[in-house]
Design a binder for this molecule. Sequence first.
Ligand SMILES: [Zn+2]
Length: 140
Amino acid sequence: MAEISYSHCSLLLECPKCQVINYMDPFSFWNFSGKIKCAGCDSIYAVGFTNGQRVKGPDAAQGPHDRLPGYAQSKDFKTDYKTPDKVSLPTYARPPDQKHGPTYKNVRGKPVSAGKLTTADLVGSRPRFILEGKPYQPPK
Ligand SMILES: [Zn+2]
């Protein structure tokens, strides 16, 4: 198999020591300057990204690191790193143990996923005039 170098790729950091490919997920590293830790050998590198382009590094640095890569794997794709001490957890819209928003019980006592809106829920929304009993006036 031909040996591929990822050293020119901006958001893929190929570790100069252990050749593990560290994936800098675009959400966290699009505009970032600081230190990251290689998932393969725990080396610290100083890097800088601007608009997804690497502008600095990787330069060897001393810990502690600022961020972990989103994912990492070896060059032969046989070893991957998924544990929280090696790679960062994904960002969640709500805590991972919370499956959905608040539930309510309907008149038969069965749980339902949505309840009646209160006046406070509609603050700033157009149908608020219904609750307030005022006819809608378009803004002038
Ligand atoms: Zn490494």
